[in-house]
Design a protein around this ligand. Structure first.
Ligand code: 6R9
Length: 654
C-alpha cells in the first residue's frame, strides 16, 4: 500500500486505560513482553510447564527443517487429561466446567469437572469399542451441545485426530471433508434446535456417505437430541445413548508425543478445495491455554467465561474447548442464535450466569447495534469485566458501542487477531496492561513475533502499510496442510522468504500499533491508490445512521476500480424516506473522514449482507453484484436468499 494513500486513513485518537483494579491483579503484566523478548524460547518453555506432562520436554523448538516446526518434541502428554482429569485430581471436581444453555429456554444442564471426566471417559471407551485407534480420524458433525465437547475430548484422549465439521454445512461439504481426512467414524446427532424448531442433521450424514471416497466410514455414532424420526442403517449406525451410556466411566489416558496430531480443521478460503489445517498436541495446548489466561485474565475460581462461537470453527476449538478447559475455567455453552426467542437472549444469559468474560465477533456486535441500545439496557450486565472480539476487523464505532452498551463503559476490549492456521491468538491487547484503541488489535502477544512488511518484504516503519507476517515460529502454528506439504509451502511460506504470510493487509500507526485491513484479496485499487475495504467500512459505520457496511471495488474504466458500498441502516432509520439525500450525506461523510479518494461511487442501502457461516462478509459475491455478473459459488453462504434481495435493489433490476 502506497504511503501517500495511508496519510488519508482513519485517525483514531480515543484511548482507554486498563481499569486500575484489573491492572493491579492481572495475570500477565508488562514484564512478560520483556521476558519473552530476552528469551523467547525460554518464555514458551515456561508456559509449557503450566501443563501436566507425562514426560517433561527437554527441547523447546526444533526448526531444523523449516517451515516444518516441532515444539517440545521429546515431551509426552494427554490433552484430555490436561483439560479434565488434572482439575479433578487437584480437588476441583465440583467446579462447574460447562453451563449448557439449549436453545429451548428450559433446556439446561450443568456439568462439573468430575462429570466431564466421567462423560469423556465413557465416550473414549465407546470409541475404542468401535475400533478407533490412535491416529484414526473421526469426523464430528454436531450442534452446539455438550456431546460435541465430550466427543472432541474423547478423541484427544485416545489420540484419534478429530475433524469437526460445522453443523450448518451441507452433505457435499461434509463428504469432501470426510474423504480428505479419510475418517473412520462420524459422530453426529438426529438434529439440533435452530430458531425455535428442530432441524435435522443426520440426513446430511446419510447423504454424504453415499459419495465416493467416504467408504472407509465404518460407524456413525448418533446423539439423540431432538427425538425426531431418523433413517437408520443397521450395522453402521449406533445410538450414543445405547453405546456410550453403558460404558465404564473410568478410562486411563495414554500419553502421546507432543507432535501427535490433535485435529484437522478445514478452512474454506475463497478458491480451491478446502485446506485441512493440521494442529498437534503440546505446542497447541501450551499457546491456547496461555493466551486464554493472558488475554482474558482468567481467574478460574471466580470467572464465568462465555465464547459465543460454534465448536465447528477454530475459535470454538481453541477458546471453547482446549484453552478454557486446560485452564479449569467455568464456561457457558449456548446452542442457539442471539435472537431466539428474542433479541435480548444473549444478555439474558449473561445476567443469568453472571458472565464475567465474553468473547464474540464483530458481526454479532453490529447486529446488536442494529437492533438498538434499548435491548441490552434491559439486562444486568454488571458482572462483565473483559470483552473480546475476533473474526474480522472491528470497526471503531462498533468497538465503542460494545464497550458502552455491553461493557458499561468500564471493561477493556481485547481485539484478538489470529487464524485457523495460527491456532491461537497472536496479536491482541492485554486487558491489564494495554491502553486500548478502538479498531486496532495493537501488538503481538509476548512470545509472538509479527510485523508488517511491504511488497519487497521490507519491514515498514510507523505509519507504513502492507502485509501482516509472522517472523518466528510459534507453538500453536499449523504443522502443514493435511496430506499436502507443497500447498502448505506455497500458501504460507512462498510470498516472503522465511516469513509466514497471513494473507491480511495491515498497517502500523504512528505509535507502531497494528491495524488489520482485511484480506489482501479485498484491498481496492482506485486511481493508483490502494484503499482498504475495512477503513471505508469503518468510516461508514461511524455515521450514526449506519449499523453495518460492506465495501467492494468494482471494475471501472476510468479509475481501475470504483468503490461500491452496501450499507445496513440502524433500526430507527427509514431508508425509503431518507432516499438520495442520505446517500449523498454518507458519501460526504466518508470523504471527510478518509479523503475524497475514498468516497464511494455508489452506496446501496440493503437489509442484509451475505455472510459466511462463521459471520464473515463475502465481498466476492458483492463484487459480482457490483459488476453485474452472475454470482459465483454461494454454497458457503448462511442464507442464499440474501443475494436475491440485494440484487433486486439494484437500479435496473427487474
Ligand atoms: C480466528 C478466526 C482468519 C481471518 C484472518 C483475518 C480475520 C480474525 C481478526 C481478523 C481483523 C481481528 N480476522 N480476527 N481481522 N481483526 N481481530 O477468525 O479464524 O476463521 O481462520 O479467519 O479472519 O482476515 O486472516 P479464521
Amino acid at each position: 500500500m502506497s504511503n501517500e494513500s495511508l496519510a488519508n486513513l482513519l485517525k483514531e485518537e480515543r484511548r482507554f486505560e486498563p481499569p486500575a483494579d484489573l491492572a493491579a491483579a492481572a495475570n500477565v503484566t508488562a514484564e512478560a513482553y520483556e521476558q519473552a523478548k530476552a528469551d523467547r524460547l525460554g518464555f514458551w518453555a515456561e508456559q509449557a510447564r503450566q501443563l501436566t506432562w507425562a514426560t517433561e520436554p527437554t527441547q523447546t523448538l526444533d526448526w531444523s527443517n523449516p517451515p516444518f516446526a516441532k515444539w517440545f518434541a521429546d515431551g509426552k502428554l494427554n490433552v484430555a487429561y490436561n483439560c479434565v482429569d488434572r482439575h479433578v485430581e487437584a480437588g476441583h471436581g465440583d467446579r462447574v466446567a460447562i453451563h449448557f444453555e439449549g436453545e429451548p429456554a428450559d433446556d439446561t444442564r450443568t456439568i462439573t469437572y468430575a462429570e466431564l471426566q466421567r462423560e469423556v471417559s465413557k465416550a473414549a471407551n465407546a470409541l475404542t469399542e468401535l475400533g478407533v485407534r490412535a491416529g484414526d480420524r473421526v469426523a464430528i458433525y454436531l450442534p452446539m451441545i455438550p456431546e460435541a465437547v465430550f466427543a472432541m475430548l474423547a478423541c484427544a484422549r485416545i489420540g484419534a485426530p478429530h475433524s469437526v465439521v460445522f453443523g450448518g454445512f451441507s452433505a457435499d461439504a461434509l463428504a469432501a471433508r470426510i474423504e480428505d481426512a479419510d475418517a473412520r467414524v462420524v459422530i453426529t446427532s438426529d438434529g439440533g434446535y435452530r430458531r425455535g424448531k428442530p432441524s435435522a442433521l443426520k440426513p446430511a450424514v446419510d447423504e454424504a456417505l453415499t459419495r465416493p471416497g467416504t467408504e472407509n466410514v465404518r460407524n456413525v455414532l448418533v446423539v439423540r437430541r431432538t427425538g425426531e424420526d431418523t433413517a437408520w442403517t443397521e450395522g453402521r449406525d449406533v445410538w450414543w445413548h445405547e453405546l456410550v451410556d453403558g460404558q465404564s466411566d473410568r478410562h486411563t489416558p495414554e500419553a502421546f508425543d507432543a507432535e501427535h496430531p490433535l485435529f484437522i480443521l478445514y478452512t474454506s478460503g475463497t478458491t480451491g478445495k478446502p485446506k485441512g489445517i493440521l494442529h498437534t498436541t503440546g505446542g497447541y495446548l501450551t499457546q491456547t491455554a496461555y493466551t486464554h489466561r493472558a488475554v482474558f485474565d482468567l481467574k478460574p475460581e471466580t470467572d464465568v467465561y462465555w465464547c459465543t462461537a460454534d465448536v465447528g470453527w477454530v475459535t470454538g476449538h481453541s477458546y471453547i474447548v482446549y484453552g478454557p478447559l486446560a485452564n479449569g475455567a467455568t464456561e457457558v455453552l449456548y446452542e442457539g442464535t442471539p435472537d431466539t426467542p428474542h433479541q435480548g437472549r444473549w444478555w439474558e444469559i449473561v445476567q443469568k450466569y453472571g458472565v464475567t468474560l465474553l468473547y464474540t465477533a464483530p458481526t454479532a456486535i453490529r447486529a446488536c447495534m442494529k437492533w438498538g441500545d434499548d435491548i441490552p439496557a434491559k439486562f444486568d450486565l454488571s458482572s462483565l469485566r473483559v470483552l473480546g472480539s475476533v473474526g474480522e476487523p472491528i470497526n471503531p464505532e462498533a468497538w465503542i458501542w460494545y464497550r458502552k452498551n455491553i461493557g458499561g463503559d468500564r471493561t477493556p476490549i481485547v481485539d484478538t487477531w489470529w487464524q485457523t492456521e495460527t491456532g491461537a491468538i497472536m496479536v491482541s491487547p492485554l486487558p491489564g496492561v494495554t491502553a486500548t484503541k478502538p479498531g486496532s488489535a495493537q501488538i503481538p502477544l509476548p512470545g509472538i513475533s509479527a510485523t508488517v512488511v511491504d511488497d519487497e518484504a521490507k519491514e515498514v516503519g510507523n505509519g507504513g502499510g502492507g502485509y501482516l507476517v509472522v517472523t518466528e515460529p510459534w507453538p500453536s502454528m499449523l504443522r502443514t496442510i493435511w496430506g499436502d506439504d507443497q500447498r502448505y509451502l506455497d500458501t504460507y511460506w512462498s510470498r516472503f522468504e522465511n516469513r509466514y504470510f497471513a494473507g491480511d493487509g495491515a498497517k502500523k500507526d504512528t505509535d507502531g500499533d497494528i491495524w488489520l485491513l482485511g484480506r489482501v484479496d479485498d484491498v481496492m485499487l482506485v486511481s493508483g491508490h490502494n484503499i482498504s475495504t475495512t477503513e471505508v467500512e469503518s468510516a461508514l459505520v461511524s455515521h450514526p445512521k449506519v449499523a453495518e457496511a460492506a465495501v467492494v471495488g468494482a471494475t471501472d474504466p476510468q479509475t481501475t476500480q470504483s468503490i461500491v458500498a452496501f450499507v445496513i441502516l440502524r433500526g430507527n432509520v427509514d431508508a425509503e424516506a431518507e432516499g438520495e439525500a442520505l446517500v449523498t450525506e454518507l458519501r460526504n461523510h466518508v470523504a471527510k473522514h478518509l479523503g475524497p479518494i475514498a468516497k464511494p461511487k455508489r452506496i446501496l442501502p440493503v437489509a442484509e449482507l451475505p455472510k459466511t457461516r462463521s459471520g464473515k462478509i463475502m465481498r466476492r459475491l458483492l463484487r459480482d453484484v457490483a459488476e453485474n455478473r452472475a454470482l459465483g459459488d454461494v454454497t458457503t453462504l448462511t442464507d442464499s436468499s440474501v443475494m436475491e434481495l440485494i440484487q433486486s435493489k439494484l437500479p435496473g433490476a427487474s
